[in-house]
Design a protein around this ligand. Structure first.
Ligand code: NAD
Length: 363
């Protein structure tokens, strides 16, 4: 392991475990970043190019997000070096589960390349996983729109902070998946108008408002949003540059960066995806008067849902907790931004305060 990979700071990582099973060829890394608030929760990413450095970064993001989410869990993550489409994935997950049996301070969940069936395999092997199928006590966070609900709650406070209201406000969403779709649904019910949306095949724009029901039908048929008739097809850079009250990037990392942030004409950005805006661009947007609600605050709905599931709570309880936490955190974030901090610094400060306090109670 290189020095870069194992770099420590006052928060962690507490453990980096590399797993290799010569019989199956399984290669994986588990990073338990910080457990001051409780056993670490974090997803299992399956990708051919996942490495220790990436897993360390993701585990730290979970430490911060879980602290902000006010759940009794620290942050961790694991990476399984494999093709996510391989046919024996479930068998691989069973081997992985047995390898982490004694890592009782790590609770795996789904991430890119893994799903509830993978979590069911882990649960069956070692009785410790979140993001389970409903029949095993899971709360299906994607189908209830847990993260999108949280994003919408953050937007409900962020827009009025810039003198705007949801009712009649214009909305642009990049990425129309498990985060983007429910975000649109919740915000349109609050009176917003969806003027542009995109998926991996392209983007569409209609200043008069796009019909959500028809867009959802498109996706349910496995089509792209660009197949909706009547709207203008635009490219992804044009989408980011549209004037609107609220832009929700809910697809890929780093879609807004130093090179294109100057084109953004949204008044507020609520980060639905993980790291959709580079840190430098976040700072530049702030200087230009664009209010950014960072990912570690805005997209915590999914992990709150997972924590409620782990504690044996209901779907109703999960949504109640997501709503209350996201509104509370967004309010505190806005107060710190108003007192002069940049949004990312304010979010980190809030998260780190809680982790430090919990660390103070440790032996
Ligand atoms: P998803 O796979 O369900 O949806 C992603 C959407 O983005 C799809 O519509 C896809 O077509 C679209 N997309 C992909 N590349 C694109 C591009 N270049 N331009 C425009 N659209 C593109 O994924 P998801 O669960 O909605 O997650 C989206 C992001 O949010 C990821 O960064 C994920 O890590 C993050 N996130 C998800 C959750 C959750 O609960 N699902 C929670 C926290 C963070």
């Amino acid at each position: 392991m290189s020095d870069k990979e194992s770099r420590n700071d006052p928060f962690g990582p507490e453990k980096i475990i590399k797993i290799y099973d010569p019989r199956s060829g399984l290669r994986a890394v588990v990073v338990i970043d910080n457990t001051a608030l409780g056993p670490a929760i974090g997803g299992v990413r399956v990708a051919l190019d996942v490495d220790t450095r990436e897993v360390c970064r993701l585990a730290r993001a979970m430490t911060l997000k879980n602290a902000l989410a006010a759940i009794p869990h620290g942050g961790g993550k694991s990476g399984l070096v494999a093709d996510p489409r391989r046919s024996d994935k479930q068998a691989l997950f069973r081997i992985f589960a047995r390898a982490i049996r004694d890592l009782s301070d790590y609770i795996p969940g789904p991430d890119m390349g893994s799903d509830e069936s993978c979590m069911a395999c882990i649960q069956d092997e070692i009785g410790r996983a979140v993001g389970l199928p409903r029949v095993l006590g899971g709360i299906p966070l994607d189908s209830i729109g847990a993260t999108g609900y949280g994003v919408a709650q953050a937007a409900r406070l962020a827009l009025p902070a810039t003198g705007r209201s949801l009712s009649g406000g214009t909305l642009v969403i990049q990425g129309f998946g498990n985060v983007g779709r429910p975000t649109a649904d919740f915000l349109l019910r609050q009176g917003m108008r969806l003027i542009a949306v995109s998926d991996s095949a392209g983007a569409i724009h209609d200043p008069a408002g796009l019909p959500l029901d028809k867009l959802l039908q498109c996706k349910a048929r496995g089509q792209s949003v660009v197949e909706l008739s009547g709207a203008t097809v635009i490219n992804s850079e044009e989408l980011i540059a549209l004037p609107c009250d609220l832009l929700v990037p809910a697809a890929r990392p780093d879609v807004i960066h130093q090179g294109n942030q100057a084109n953004v004409r949204a008044k507020v950005i609520v980060e639905g995806a993980n790291i959709p805006v580079s840190e430098v661009a976040e700072s530049q947007l702030h200087q230009r008067g664009v209010l950014v609600i960072p990912d570690i605050v805005a997209n915590a709905g999914g992990v709150i849902c997972a924590a409620v599931e782990y504690a044996g709570g209901s779907e109703r309880e999960a949504l109640r907790r997501i709503g209350a936490t996201l509104r509370h955190n967004t309010k505190r974030l806005l107060e710190r931004i108003q007192s002069g901090l940049e949004p990312r610094a304010a979010a980190l400060e809030l998260a780190e305060e809680r982790i430090r306090e919990a660390m103070g109670y440790r032996r």
